[in-house]
Design a protein around this ligand. Structure first.
Ligand code: NDP
Length: 601
C-alpha cells in the first residue's frame, strides 16, 4: 500500500479543532502592546553586564567612506565583503563591548546555534576554521566573531560601547552625519545599518511588574554575578535560590536544563509550549574536515536553504530536524497514490500533523509524569513558532526541584513583591528571569534605537510609516547612500546569516562601484522604489502569510495573531529566498545598476 493511502493514526479533524481552541485561548486584544518597552524604570534591564569597565574617550568627528552600524554577524560580514571589494575606509559602531551582536548579548547558559554551525557561522572558509561541533555553543560563536574582527583588522576601526542616536543627510556635502551617545558626529559617505532583527529585548506587561523585590534580569543580559558559572553552566550560586523563568521559547529551552541542574527550586512559567525536536549534537569529524573542498560552505548553505524552502535536493547535507520535515514531505510526495486525490496544501498539512504528533510522542517518551507531559505538548502547526531542538530540556522536568507552572495559555497573572501568581497561587521566588524575547512587530526605527533624516529632513520612520518602501529591502528613495540588511522586502530564511551574506555582497558591489568611479551619491529612483513595493504587494502575503490562520497560536511570527496593517508591504519578497538571491545576482550581472542613480556632486 502506498504511503498516502495509509490511514493516519490520528484524527485530522480533531487536531484542527484542538489547534483552533489553543489559538483562541491565547488571542488577546492588546496583541503586541501586551509587552513593555525597556525604558524609564525598566531601562536597567538593558545595562551591559559583560563589560569590565567603560571605555572613556572623547567625541570623534572624522570623515570616512563608510560607517557600518552593528558589530554582529551582519556588520562583520558586510565589513569583510567591503574589504574584499577594496573598500577600506570603514568605521564600525557597536553598542556592546565586543563583536558578536546577538551572540554578544545572548550568552545565557546553554546558548547554542540551532542551525547547523557549518552553515550558520559566517566566513568559515575565509578564516580557515571549522566549528568543533555540529551545533556550536555561545563561547565558540563569540570567539569566532572576535576572530573575524581580528582577521579583517576591524578592531582598530570600531567604536565599541557606542550607540548611534541619530543619522542626518547633509545635502551640501553629500554625506551622512552619524551622531552617537558619546557625542560623536562622524561624516560618512555611506552608511550601512545591520541592527539585527531581534535587537531590543522586551518584558511582558504583567500587572505588578515593578513590585518584585527580589532579583530579576532578561536572558539577553544574563547576570552571572548573581547565578555564578558561565555560558557552559555550573551556576554555583543558585544552590540556595528559588528561581522563576518566564517563557518557554527557543532561549528558555536552552537555559532551563542548566537552571534545573543548579537551582534549589526552579519554576518554569509556560504560556505556550515549544516544539522540541532531537538535537543530536556531535563533534566534528576530522576526517570530514580534511575532505572539504573549496566552496564547501556556500554549497552547504545553499543545500540547506533549498531543503528548508521546500525544494527537494538529491542530497541532504545537513540532515537534521530542520530538513527532516521536508524529507518527510518529499517521501510522501514520491509515494503518493494518484488516486488519493489530495491537494498539495492538504498533503503539507498532513505531513505537519505527522511531524507534530511525533514531537508530542517525544514528550511522552522523555517526561515521566503524564500530567506534566500533557502540558508540554504543543498544539499548533510546526512553523507558527520557532521550532526548537534540544535533548535535555524535556528530561529536566523529571527532576524533583523543577516545576512546570502551566498558565493554560493565559500567561502569568501578576507579579508581587515576593513572586508570581498563576491561577490564584503565589509562587515565592528569589529571582525572576525574563525569557520573553525581543520586539518584532514594532517600527524598524524604534527597534534600531535611532531614526535617519534623509533628503529635506524626511525621516525614515515617516517614509516607512505605511510599511517598508525600498528597492530590494536595502535602500530607499530620498535616503541616498543608506543601506540596510533586513528581512522586510528582502528575504526570509531559517539561516539568517545566509541573508546577511547576500546583502553584504550586494552592498559591496554598489558601494564599491560608487567609490571606484568617484560618485558621491547612489540613490534609488522613485520609480524603482514604487515598482518594488508593487512587486512585494503582488505576492499576496509572502512566505510568512498563512501563519495567522486557525492552526497557529499567536507569537511574533504572526504579529501575536493580529492583522498587521503593513504586513503585506513589509513582507519579504514572496518568491522565496532562493529566488531573491538569484534576482540580486542577476541584477548585479546585468551591470546597469537598474533602479539606482549615481551622481557626482
Ligand atoms: P520568544 O519570543 O520566542 O519567546 C518568548 C516566550 O515568553 C514565549 O514562550 C512566550 O509565550 C513567553 N511569554 C511572553 N509573555 C508572557 C507572559 N505574560 N506570561 C508567560 N509567558 C510569556 O523569545 P526567545 O528569546 O525564546 O526566542 C526569540 C528568538 O531568538 C527565537 O525565536 C529564535 O529566532 C532566536 N533564538 C535562536 C537561537 C539559536 O540557536 N539560533 C536560540 C534562542 C533563540 P507565548 O509563546 O505564548 O507567546
Amino acid at each position: 500500500m502506498s504511503e498516502i493511502a495509509r490511514e493516519p493514526d490520528f484524527d485530522p479533524n480533531a487536531l484542527r479543532e484542538r489547534y483552533r481552541i489553543e489559538r483562541e485561548k491565547r488571542l488577546r486584544p492588546d496583541g503586541n502592546d501586551q509587552y513593555v518597552e525597556m525604558t524609564g524604570e525598566f531601562a536597567r534591564f538593558l545595562d551591559d553586564p559583560y563589560i569590565d569597565e567603560r571605555i572613556e574617550r572623547g567625541p570623534i568627528t572624522d570623515a570616512v567612506d563608510v560607517v557600518l552600524i552593528g558589530g554582529g554577524f551582519g556588520g562583520l560580514t558586510t565589513a569583510a565583503r567591503f574589504r574584499e571589494a577594496g573598500i577600506d575606509e570603514l568605521l564600525l559602531i557597536e553598542k556592546g563591548g565586543d563583536f558578536g551582536g546577538t551572540w554578544y548579548w545572548n550568552r545565557y547558559p546553554g546558548a547554542q546555534c540551532d542551525v547547523e554551525s557549518y552553515c550558520y557561522l559566517p566566513l568559515l572558509e575565509e578564516l580557515g576554521y571549522v566549528p568543533k561541533e555540529k551545533y556550536a555553543y555561545a563561547r565558540e560563536i563569540l570567539d569566532h566573531a572576535a576572530a573575524i574582527g581580528r582577521h579583517y583588522g576591524l578592531y582598530e576601526q570600531t567604536l565599541f560601547q557606542t550607540e548611534v542616536t541619530d543619522l542626518r543627510w547633509d545635502e551640501a556635502i553629500s554625506r551622512w552625519t552619524v551622531h552617537t551617545d558619546r557625542g560623536d558626529a562622524v561624516r560618512a559617505r555611506f552608511v550601512c545599518m545591520a541592527n539585527g532583527p531581534l535587537h531590543r529585548p522586551k518584558l511582558p506587561g504583567i500587572p505588578g511588574l515593578r513590585d518584585f523585590k527580589g532579583h530579576s534580569f532578561h536572558t539577553s543580559r544574563w547576570d552571572y554575578g548573581y547565578t555564578g558559572g558561565g555560558p557552559d553552566g555550573n551556576l554555583d550560586r543558585l544552590g540556595d535560590k528559588r528561581v522563576a523563568i518566564i517563557g518557554t521559547g527557543a532561549t528558555a529551552i536552552q537555559c532551563v536544563p542548566f537552571l534545573g541542574e543548579a537551582a534549589k527550586e526552579l519554576y518554569v512559567f509556560q504560556r505556550t509550549p515549544s516544539s522540541v525536536d532531537v538535537r543530536g549534537n556531535s563533534p566534528t569529524d576530522p576526517e570530514w574536515t580534511r575532505g572539504l573542498q573549496q566552496g564547501w560552505q556556500k554549497h552547504r548553505m545553499e543545500n540547506f536553504n533549498a531543503l528548508v524552502s521546500g525544494v527537494p535536493q538529491e542530497e541532504d547535507l545537513v540532515d537534521d530536524g530542520w530538513t527532516d520535515l521536508v524529507a518527510k514531505f518529499v517521501h510522501r510526495f514520491r509515494n503518493a497514490d494518484p488516486g488519493a486525490n489530495m491537494s498539495l496544501p492538504q498533503m503539507i498539512e498532513m505531513v505537519n500533523f505527522e511531524k507534530m504528533e511525533e514531537l508530542r510522542g517525544r514528550v511522552d517518551e522523555l517526561v515521566d509524569d503524564p500530567e506534566t507531559a500533557e502540558k508540554l505538548k504543543p498544539y499548533y502547526q510546526m512553523f507558527c513558532k520557532r521550532p526548537t531542538f534540544n535533548d535535555e530540556y524535556l528530561p529536566t522536568f523529571n527532576r524533583p526541584n523543577v516545576h512546570l507552572v502551566d498558565t493554560d495559555g493565559k500567561g502569568v497573572e501578576r507579579v508581587t513583591e515576593k513572586g508570581l501568581v498563576v491561577a490564584g497561587i503565589t509562587y515565592e521566588v528569589d529571582c525572576i528571569i525574563y525569557s520573553t524575547g525581543f520586539e518584532v512587530g514594532t517600527a524598524y526605527t524604534r527597534r534600531a534605537g535611532y531614526d535617519a533624516a534623509g533628503r529635506g529632513g524626511r525621516l525614515l520612520s515617516e517614509h516607512w510609516n505605511d510599511g517598508t518602501r525600498s528597492l530590494h529591502g536595502m535602500s530607499s528613495h530620498g535616503f541616498p547612500n543608506l543601506f540596510v540588511s533586513q528581512i522586510s522586502q528582502a528575504a526570509f530564511t531559517a539561516n539568517f546569516p545566509h541573508l546577511l551574506e547576500e546583502c553584504a555582497v550586494h552592498q559591496a558591489h554598489i558601494i564599491g562601484h560608487a567609490l571606484q568611479n568617484g560618485f558621491t551619491e547612489a540613490e534609488v529612483t522613485r520609480d524603482a522604489e514604487e515598482a518594488w513595493v508593487k512587486t512585494i504587494l503582488g505576492f499576496e502575503g509572502g512566505p510568512l502569510a498563512g501563519l495567522g490562520g486557525p492552526d497557529c497560536t499567536p507569537g511574533y511570527y504572526n504579529n501575536e495573531g493580529q492583522e498587521h496593517p503593513h504586513a503585506a508591504q513589509s513582507a519579504p519578497w514572496g518568491g522565496g529566498s532562493i529566488g531573491f538571491f538569484k534576482l540580486l545576482e542577476d541584477w548585479r550581472e546585468e551591470g546597469s545598476f537598474e533602479g539606482l542613480e549615481f551622481r557626482r556632486s
